[in-house]
Design a protein around this ligand. Sequence first.
Ligand code: GLU
Length: 531
Amino acid sequence: MIRTRFAPSPTGFLHVGGLRTALYNYLFAQHSNGKFLLRIEDTDQKRRVEGAEESLLNTLKLVGLDYDEGPYKEGPHAPYIQSQRTDIYRKYAQELIEKEVAYPCFCTTERLEEMRNKQQELKQAPMYDRACLKLTKEEIEAKKAANEPFVIRQKIPRGEKLRLNDLIRGIVVFETSTLDDQVLMKSDNFPTYHLANVVDDHLMEISHVIRGEEWLPSTPKHIMLYKALGWEPPQFAHIPLLLNKDKSKLSKRQGDVSVESYLEKGYLVPALINFIALLGWHPGKGEEQEIFTMEELVNKFDLAQVHKAGAIFDTDKLDWFNFQWGKKLHFKELEKIAKEIDPDVKIEENQRKEPVHTFSNADNERMFSQKRGEILLAKCEKHLKPQWTEKPETKAVLLKAIVTIEEKILKNPSEAQAHLECFFNPKDAAKALILNEKMKVDEAVTATALSEGLKALKDFDGWDSINKLQTLLLNLAKELNLKNGQLLWPLRVALSGEEFSPGTFEMLWALGKDESLKRINRSLQKTPREA
Ligand code: GLU
């Protein structure tokens, strides 16, 4: 049975790197119908931060990473909070001393500091000099009797080579002489991470330890502890570091790399999960899919496809995922509404793979468009001028105008105001722009386009439908023997006053007949037909 665990220390907010570790453990366990555990590693009492544990549990819940065993859940290996398991660690520390693979050390902080300074002067790697390993049984007893504080250290054999077959990094060989005699129990009688982690991973029957690469140097010490206690070590998979765009390490201290801060900024949970999953993992060559639901991730996840190289945390890419997911969820919501309004609605994709809704009658279409406008308005209302939403005349235009800039709102709601300005406060279109001088369009052609367009629109009664407006104008272009652009460009500029704006049919539909004709007329004055 595959059993994985996420074992955070409650020292602050959950970091995006921590979320990735949790996610990979979750996906790997789920993929093979195994179990995913949560264990709180809070034995370093000095680093404990008030409230960190609650916020961690809360964030995991928000992002949908539910654990099978862990704090506040029943489980065969409870408790899952290390500070509640200290008796267990003490027992194993004692066993390690008896097996002579650990020893008490009475060195004071001052002595250790002095030793380190000397090593630094001699340009040696800082390492415990094993002074206390020479103590006799009697000396140890005497010191204990005198209540001298002590720690328990791991006795690392010298001159051996230790091979680890890491599931991501392959074979890694460690020289034991480079390893320090790690403290296992501190003088406050609390274990260090190293002892507690090994004991718990064994007792909790963890089959795969999936964790950040920063723990790789500690792994040989862990393996020696497993062996000393006569236990089979789990399999290890060390996942690559997260890097900034400039390849520097993504730091824990940077406040805004907490998962909470991304959620607060409005990033969608599935977008964040999708983005984080692909930091260092990809379902393999030839696979072009980038948008994955949690279910798809569970189906596809495999440790063999986790890369060795550091993964770049690119926030532009995160924005892209957020946009794609925003669109996906928005169109799902619209689909539901469309079917409620009209069970016979036809939904097909257009060239841009966006759904087009075709209703069985104009009333349903109108109702749907109104709802769509309201949904979009809710997404950007706080960024809009209040008078647009307050006055009924402008509100009616707004609910349509907003539909014409749907994609822009989904991308960045705070820019909605700028894109909508042309509906309410149009610039007076410059003649050069109406004529599209850059494209060297003939003035007479433009004059014809505007006047014929105006004529056709005056007599038209299909203003409630973008499609009908489109059919009308495309037929007109054909009749006049104009290219579509020769007719649509000047009309659009006349309506918006802008080089870039929503399209001609959309603008006509949103502005309505009276306002549209007024604007076209005004532009026509600037490009009078030659006599
Ligand atoms: N408590 C460690 C941490 O905070 C866990 C490391 C491990 O997974 O072994 O990252």
